[in-house]
Design a protein. Sequence first.
Length: 284
Amino acid sequence: MTTADTLKEIEELQQRCEQYEGISLKLNWDMLRHPGEAGGAEWLVTYEDELLVGFIGLYNIGGDMEICGMVRPGYRRRGIFSSLWQRVQPLIRRGKVKSLLLNTPAASESGNAFLKTLPLEFSHAEFQMKWDRAAGNRGIQEASSASGNVMLRPARADETPVLIAFDCGGFSMTEEDAAEMYVQHEQEGSQEHIMIEWNGQPAGKMRLWSEDNETWIFGLTVDKNLRGLGIGRSALMQTIEREQRNYNGVNLEVALDNPNALKLYESCGFVILNQQDYYSASLD
């Protein structure tokens, strides 16, 4: 069986689990599609009678490892995921992992039940949001004082240090971790690094990933000295307008402990669809 065949089976399993529980699993498909490459994901699977029944994915993101998994409805309570968790331990300990996070949809009874069996601590939660046309039409009416001076353009290859500096300032990342993330992004398809300019000067950045008529906005940040001028709002609205012309939905994620960003996104027309909970595990 080829990798492409396995990915199709993983996608089918994801759809089955999501439909069964009414949830949205975060499987990071931009990384899953590049196994064995820098920036790609690793995974282990379990089959019964040639049917894929269990999956666990490992995602190395800037030195931090995130883990998410699933078991087919009707095959649960058989120890399938517990077995996958034990099998994946050598892969976790093999690399230089700074922190280990396990995530599950907040609404997933099965995911939360399994995580309660492990010695974990709650780390944080994120909302997954999607732009809604009705809410967005109200948001468009809220003008940005910076709108006429904000321009979006593809970042040039020689501007990677500028993008890294924005990530360090916006997300409290080290320069090493931010640089490692950009190496990973270069290996992934359908990625766009966008420079946000204000009055002709770099003022912020974001990354866009598109697949199957859905675009995700990642890493949106504005220079801390230029915040409050409406630059982020203008960048969001321009991106939404562009993606609408391409018939793409627009999605993003925001941490629950970032109320200012949440307020901005809601005012631009984004609505909350799901919540992902993250738990930290000891690496000892």
